[in-house]
Design a binder for this molecule. Structure first.
Ligand SMILES: C[S@@+](CC[C@H](N)C(=O)[O-])C[C@H]1O[C@@H](n2cnc3c(N)ncnc32)[C@H](O)[C@@H]1O
Length: 250
């Protein structure tokens, strides 16, 4: 990927993870029509943690966020977990997440038109999070390092349908989650041949595919839809919902 594209994607994800509703909609035609979008469209990386994990057992010892991007969900996990590891394939995303964990304020650009990065915004780790508990590293979800250990919570949001071999990732999960531990998947199920060859995509519904693959080791607890809005520029937004499912290790 060329560096310009890389920077643009980094800016897009910093806004998605750390921007407020006002910052995401500012200067766009959607700003006037913004009332059509409930607040939950603007808190996806928070919602996959806060609304999905059962807080009854908190505080937890260890949590893993796979495909963490620029880290917002990992910081959310740190509020109720003593140690959090965030892993992503992108060096640019992990570099940004590491700087946020060190307490840095990151300046990034928001576009009015696709070729213009004309407004500067700032991202920082949430004030009520515990950045010192979070470690970010690059890694491949299909080939995670063998010495990660086991976790009380594993979180993988909008990752599954970006993997060339999702089964390789799913097959590792039983070894990563403690008995009684929780696993949260969120996926918009946007399977594309450019990411996942057709023979590796689910033959039917993604939830059925997850059930078939995980059933021996995990019990499905609940399923919900979590919406999100990603701003590319002032006239282009991705509006999606992700099917979030919570599983408990048998
Ligand atoms: C659609 S984004 C979702 C990011 C974040 N979890 C969220 O919900 O906003 C997919 C993320 O998965 C990462 N990713 C893609 N392939 C990966 C792989 N094989 N291993 C780890 N991360 C991967 C990308 O770099 C990107 O950060």
């Amino acid at each position: 990927m060329n560096p310009y594209e890389q920077d643009r994607l980094l800016d897009t994800y910093l806004l998605f993870h750390y921007g407020s509703r006002g910052e995401i909609l500012a200067g766009s035609a959607l700003e006037a029509a913004g009332a059509a979008f409930a607040d939950e469209f603007f808190r996806f990386p928070v919602a996959t943690v806060a609304e999905m994990f059962d807080p009854a057992g908190a505080p937890f010892e260890r949590a893993l966020d796979i495909g963490c991007a620029v880290g917002r969900s990992a910081f959310e996990l740190s509020k109720q977990t003593r140690e959090v590891i965030g892993i992503d394939f992108s060096r640019a995303f992990i570099g940004a997440a590491q700087r946020l964990a060190r307490g840095e304020i990151l300046r990034y650009r928001r576009c009015s038109e696709a070729h213009l990065g004309d407004d500067e915004l700032a991202a920082s780790a949430p004030a009520d999070s515990q950045p010192d508990r979070v470690a970010f590293e690059t890694g491949d979800a299909m080939d995670l390092r063998p010495d990660l250990g086991v976790f009380d919570l594993v979180h993988a949001a909008n990752l599954l349908c970006r993997l060339p071999e999702p089964r390789r990732f799913l097959n590792r999960l039983p070894a990563l989650v403690k008995p009684g531990g929780q696993l949260v998947f969120a996926t918009p199920a946007t399977w594309l041949d450019e990411f996942t060859p057709p023979e590796n995509q689910p033959g039917g519904l993604t939830l059925d595919f997850l059930r078939e693959t995980l059933d021996a080791s995990f019990a499905l607890r609940r399923v919900t839809e979590l919406p999100f809005l990603i701003r590319e520029h002032a006239r282009k937004f991705q509006v999606s919902t992700s099917q979030a499912s919570v599983w408990v290790r048998r």
